[in-house]
Every structure is written in structure tokens, then in C-alpha cells.
Write a protein that binds this ligand. Sequence first.
Ligand code: GLP
Length: 233
Amino acid sequence: MVKVEYVADLNEAGQRAFDLVKESVLNGARVLGLATGSSPIRLYELLAQSDLDLSQVISVNLDEYIGLESSHPQSYHYFMNEHLFSKKTLKASFLPDGMANEEKAVSEYERILKENPIDVQILGIGRNGHIGFNEPGTSFNSRTHKVALTQSTIDANTRFFENSDQVPKFAYTMGLENILEAKKIILIACGENKAKAIHGLVKGDITELVPASILQKHNDVIVLIDEAAGSLL
Ligand code: GLP
């Protein structure tokens, strides 16, 4: 079931997500599925500042670019270090290994996910309804896999690199089946540019053309949105 909760902005969404994560951890959650992007930054800030003990908590991230060292400022390893891992002690933190070959990166991540079933998954959403790097057309049965980034994602990233040759063209991502295995899912989206994707997620047909629509099949999804993101509901 998808439960929609309205918040004023990303700040309030972060606060609400923090309260939900805190409650889950205090009730025994031991594995957090984490996401990059601007939507969850406030949540990570609050986790970093809080006295909530995460020393027995493991994190697993959704995705990572292929070919970027973890020290590269555009890598998701770097993002997570900046926003959370350098400020808060967790038991262990995993992201796909963007420097490993496909077979090794995929099998290693599947092993990690099997050993650490996700209690709470944090998600953002792309304008086209993608979650993680599962772009429209990705199979609902997908597990960890290599993806070719869409041209729009490559274009959007070009500004962060010295020249377009350096922009990653591929990534490793958890699949939709992995995401659906999480016990609880918290998705954060604010702004009008997310309205279409949120409509597809909450009310649209369940179709691989809108990857997030598969969340309708999950029994515990909380969607934190502002009025603008909910304007088509
Ligand atoms: C990227 C990430 C997604 C994220 C999305 C939205 O595509 N791979 O995990 O949800 O961007 O990002 P933002 O939260 O910045 O809008």
C-alpha cells in the first residue's frame, strides 16, 4: 500500500523521514537502504547530528557510477561520505563497486544484499519515474545489474565534469526486485518537476514504463511529498 503524506518542503520531509527511520531503528531495524540525490540530504544531516546509535546498523546504497574511483567528487561513495559516513559511525556501509568488472560487482552486491536484508529503504525518484538507476523499461524482476545511463542523465551530469568524455556512461544499480524486498520504503519527492512521476507511482497503471509504479504492490510505502509534487493526484 502506498501512503501519501504531505510535507511543506524537503526540510520537513527530511525531518519526517528521520522520525520514521529513528522509530524503525529503535524497534530493531538493522539495515538501511540509502539513496543519493538532493532529496534525502536533510535526512542524512539529521542522522549525523542526532544521538541515535547507528553503530549496529549497516547501510547499503542503491547505485554507483561505473569507472569513478570512490575518491572522485562525483562518485556516490564520495557523496555518502560527505553527507553521512564521515560524520556518523555505522557498523558497515556498502555501495556497488564502480571499479570492479560487471560479474564481480553484481555477484558481490547480491551476496551483500542476501546477507543484509533491507529493513528500511530510502528512495528519491527521477522525473521519468526511475528509482535507483532503474530507467523506464527496466524489468520488474530485475536484480543488481549494469545500466547504460540515458542521454538525459549523461547531459545533466556533464556540468560536473571537465569534459563530456569523463562523464560516466554506465552505472551499477540494485534492481526493482531488490528494492521491493525492503520491509519498509520511504520515498521523498518535492517540486513540480516530480508531479508526473508521483502521479504514476501513486495512481498510474503498474507498468515497466514507470518503474516506481511497482511500489503499489508493496505493503508498506510512505511517500513524502509537497503540494507541487502532489499537484496531479
Ligand atoms: C538520480 C539517482 C536517483 C535519485 C534521482 C533524483 O537519478 N540515481 O537515486 O532518486 O537522481 O534525484 P534528486 O533527489 O536530486 O531529485
